[in-house]
Design a binder for this molecule. Sequence first.
Ligand code: FES
Length: 904
Amino acid sequence: MKLEVNGAQLDVDPAPGQVLRTVLRDHGHTEVKKGCDAGDCGACTVLLDGRPTHSCLVPAFRAEGRSVTTASGLGTVESLHPVQEAFVDAAAFQCGFCTAGYVTTVAGLGLSGEVTQDVARALKGNLCRCTGYRSICDAVRGTSNTVDALAGQDAGRSVRAPAARRIVTGTEPYTLDVPDVDLAHLAVLGSPHAHARIVSIDARKASQAPGVLAVLTYEDSPAHHFSTARHESRLDDPDDTLVLDRVLRFRGQRVAVVVADSLREAERARALIEVEYEVLPAVVDPDAARRPGAPLVHGDKGPEARISEPGRNVVAQLHAEMGSVAAGLDAAAHRVHGTWSTSRVAHASLETHATRGWLDEDGRLVLRTSTQVPYLTRKEIAHLFDLDHSQVRVLTGRVGGGFGGKQELLTEDLVALAVLRTGRPVQYEMTRADEFTVVPSRHPFRVTVDLGSDADGVLTALKIDVLANTGAYGNHGPGVMFHGVNESVSVYRCANKRVDAESVYTHTMPSGAFRGYGLGQVQLAIESAMDELARLVGIDAFELRRRNVVVPGDRLLVTDPDEVGDLDMHSYGLDQCVDLAQAALADRSLDAPTPAGALVGEGMAIAMIATIAPRGHYAEASVRLLDDGRYEARVGTTEFGNGTTTVHAQLVAQALGTTVDRVVVRQSDTDVTGYDTGAFASAGTVVAGLALHRAALQLRGKILAAAAALRDHPSDEPRTWDGSVLGVDVADGVRLVDIAAAAPGLTGQGTHDGSPRSVAFNVHAFRVAVRPDTGEVTILRSVQAVDAGTVLHPEQLRGQVEGGVGQAIGTALFEELRLDDEGRVTTASFRAYHVPQMIDLPHTEVLFAQTTDSLGPLGAKSMSEAPYNPVAPALANAIRDALGVRPYELPMTPDRLWRLTQPS
Ligand code: FES
């Protein structure tokens, strides 16, 4: 059949049942993205005869004879459509995976001007998980938030992202947006049981099905146990996982894998696999899992697995006290006690996890994958398959959102196994349902808090008891638990502190790394308890924090008074953040209208976070002078919407006295770039950025030396000395192209080992209106003040904060991966799981403290995860203020809030 795509005739022969999205991608239109294949997210939007249409819902045959326009057809990198120009100017993207769909929808609907509720409703078919939507609204209204890269070299300016024009045209290549050659596909058979042992697998019929290359089972698995979580030290996580295991510990766990010529053939053959299971007793509740006699999730593991107490289902635990909490509570004039619980939350990155693998001409294994940690992935794949590191190459394109979820090794191991077994290039792309059922979620926590204070509200005791549900595997279980109880407790000065914390296995989908890394859960409890304490003392919540938070000169202590760690305050802006948030909340002129019959309340919460993860985070970077006088920066970390590419280019430009457009950043390819622990723990700016800045400074010295040598050369022509140290294309009076010719490959190197570490701060404040008759919450005013040190790119920083706040409002008010009593996920689609839409989120005012960190590059600190952490408690405190009763459970859905208002 024939159709017209972007003005060109296309002859296609779709398979029965094939949709327009996959037909377009099969013919090279990779600007049409896959986000859900269910019509919920809009990443695949095209104009069909001029109307915005989710191409994943359109049977391909319906497009016969019709006209299709994609983002690449609207405009090109050289000549953008006005809507694309607006998205570039507004910096209306982070990962950018949603952007091609957005520009197509906005252009197709002809939207422009003020973003009313009607406009937001018109865009309800497009989801963005990164931005919090403000910058997208700015694009619709035509607000410019950025300056051209040519406009200046200074770090501190909101220069346009180098990839901006490719992102808005859909031409920036994400993981699977590269041509495929002879590609085979994977289909995974998942466990139908929460706990079972495989008695037998009969794969004969599946193996003989058309197109099938291999059926892989536990008998094909590498023997090494590992963890899907990746850290600088692989010993940080328990070795409790096999690539394919005979024991199944959660519904959906891999049972067998079909590799076939096409995905359709792999899926058909998957249905032919016959498995006999011995169903075993399961435990899905973390409290029950700790009781004597509970079914054991990893009772078969020995000490080599590094599980704290496998006989009690405890993967990690901490029980420690400083001073005497009992004495502190006895001496208290006021006490608060309560227990809070948080829900299981999905990352919901628009790009699903995916890997494409092949053997290169030298027989080396190459994995192009959607990871935040290419070097750590290479290390573990080499370990699993007994390969030398040099035999494995891992690289990424731009990654379509991560939030910690792509810090795990979830697809690469199966692709490696399939490639090594078949010799064919193989692709594994997760479905949206996979993302909700087998990709690790945020850890659900239950936290009990006891606070005591004197009559003035000065803390005399702080005690927490934490229970975290790590699910079937302990990936990030220890790290999330330890981090969750660290900065949340150490931000307060108190002589008597106690922490009891356990992370517990259950037969449910695994939990994992997620923005904030446990702090958001614990801070919901501590910051809610502090709010109650302020009420008892009779002072406002801001003042209570002023009386109790750490100040410069204090040590950051959890429960060990003699602790000598590498975490310290190398800058301090918490006081400014408290003042800024309080002053902004007092301004009612920007409030949204209060719904009739609603009760109004205010609330706030604070948060502190380390700027780098503990126990090692390393980066090696280089900057080279190119023949044409530009610079090439090589850095191992990944761009997944955190904006590091732009900031890295700014840091290099700043050091070399040039403009950002003259810096080419090459990143995240283990064959090309220097080692990097990865893009997690918000380390992209402070670790990789510092390494790159050092490399650029070293290159600057080499260029000056080379320029001096050229000037001094007796045969050299006299040159103009322009008086500057370095210029855009002149160094010390000598043209950069001449220096590059005289000293080819001139390169600076820089490293950073991520220790010592500093802290960053966030304070959030809300004014809300809650209808007691329905439990509906309207956010009237939302303010976040942040201490990120020197602000290198104000627009990107504001975007990170707004995105984190938006994600946290989702956690606080709607989002919940619900599991039934047998561990089955019942919310496995965007439609069933409520990711905030544009219409759901308020405007958040973002304010910056004025500080300069002595560790970070040019004084900057990290600020990707931190904005998430104080939001849920601030919102809970505001709702408490409005209703007069306190919510103890997330999400604070209307039905839960309504029930709180009913007489018990
Ligand atoms: Fe919208 Fe990432 S920028 S999903």
